[in-house]
Ligand binder design. Structure first.
Ligand code: GDP
Ligand code: MN
Length: 380
């Protein structure tokens, strides 16, 4: 057999084995729902909302928060605003004739980035439970109760949830989120999950820690640090939210690549945690290293060598292989792959992670970004 073919097959086996292993582990553990011992609990809650030029949607967001099924007398809203538009004016006016929730408005003169703004907001949050939510997300009425029920368990310090509906209707994103939800349930049952989601995360106040001012993955960083302090941080699929996303390949890149950079940088910064902290460092972190840092390069190499192998064996006919890859990508980004859509969604994530690694190697690590106004149209 041709050496290129052998190399391509070997790469394919090496790349897919850890995935098969994780699937087998999933089948064995059969994680379902949250591992927490959930109990009814109604603590006082600080809701932290960071805003940067959200004048277009902030009123919708506040309406949404007031619709939460929770006694508003027990809620404090901590907004940290770094806008140059009228966001804070709109918020102040909104609260003028409201008795509850109580508003704590932190006003920044200058945009320093999301992480330093959040550090201030977390320091100002005074209630027993602290919820963080992004402006461009919708929350269902039961989300605070579901989150509090998890935190009623003394062993649980933080909980995040599932994106149930991708506003804007992107099948690419919802396909990936479906797969991710299963992975995060498995991680939570083994020990703790890695990724915390910006649209909704809830923490016990006394577990909060400062985050790196340069962080591009603030929510996940907080969760990881809490785990390293001996806490447990889980994912509960009953805790839900909705966030907007595109399917179009080019439009997806900016946000996904930046998020990928934040996560990869975080894993590398905390590489000393590998192997420690029980199954978190022995299974959860290694799998995420594999998925986010190693697998994107291996997949790219498999593809390049696979194309070389196809052409070397079949000559011109071998061009059918890269052509098929292009058709797969084209159909995938227009949400037309039917049952195979999740495979495209994972490839799409791997593309972002590869691009993120390249950007990091090139030394790009700016802590601020353009808030995407096109995505926000899904909320008006
Ligand atoms: P993405 O969802 O990862 O693309 O991030 P977004 O651009 O949607 O930002 C997440 C949340 O952080 C939104 O509520 C933004 O308004 C807010 N945000 C982004 N940058 C800043 C910032 O520099 N300061 C503050 N206070 N909020 C910010
Ligand atoms: Mn967002």
């Amino acid at each position: 057999m041709n050496a290129l073919v052998v190399a391509a097959l070997a790469l394919l086996v090496v790349t897919t084995t850890p995935y098969v292993g994780y699937l087998a582990l999933y089948a064995w553990v059969q994680p379902a729902g949250s591992p927490a011992d959930k109990q009814d609990w109604e603590p006082d809650v600080s809701i932290v909302l960071p805003t940067y030029n959200e004048a277009q949607i902030v009123e919708t967001k506040l309406d949404d928060l007031l619709k939460l099924d929770y006694p508003m007398e027990k809620v404090e809203l901590v907004v940290v605003d770094s806008s140059t538009d009228d966001t804070r004016g709109i918020i102040r006016e909104y609260f003028e004739d409201l008795d509850a929730p109580e508003l704590v408005l932190l006003e920044e003169d200058k945009r320093r980035g999301l992480a330093p703004a959040l550090n201030d907001a977390y320091a100002a949050a005074s209630k027993e439970v602290v919820v963080k939510t992004d402006c461009d997300s919708k929350l269902p009425p039961d989300v605070l109760r579901e989150a509090a029920a998890n935190l009623a368990d003394d062993d649980i310090n933080a909980v995040t949830g599932r994106n149930v509906e991708v506003l804007g209707g992107s099948e690419v994103e919802s396909g990936y989120r479906g797969v991710q939800s299963h992975i995060q349930q498995l991680e939570s049952h083994l020990d703790s999950t890695l990724i915390f989601h910006g649209p909704f995360s809830a923490f016990k106040n006394d577990a909060l820690l400062p985050i790196d001012p340069n962080s591009l993955a603030d929510d996940t960083e907080l969760a990881l640090k809490i785990r390293r302090q001996g806490g447990r941080v889980v994912f509960d699929p009953a805790v839900t939210y909705m966030e907007a996303s595109f399917s179009d390949f080019v439009k997806r890149r900016k946000q996904k690549d930046r998020r990928g950079m934040g996560l990869i940088r975080l894993l590398v910064q905390h590489r000393d945690a590998l192997g420690k902290y029980g199954k978190y460092g022995q299974v959860v972190l290694p799998f995420n290293w594999w998925f986010m840092i190693v697998s994107p390069w291996l997949l790219a190499a498999t593809l390049v060598i696979g194309i070389g192998a196809a052409i070397s064996v079949f000559g011109v006919v071998g061009v059918a292989f890269p052509a098929a890859v292009c058709v797969f990508a084209y159909l995938g980004q227009s949400d037309r792959l039917g049952p195979f859509q999740p495979f495209y969604s994972i490839s799409d994530t791997q593309v972002s992670l590869l691009r993120a690694s390249v950007e990091l190697l090139r030394g790009k690590t700016d802590g601020t970004w353009e808030v995407d106004s096109e995505l926000r149209e899904a909320f008006e």
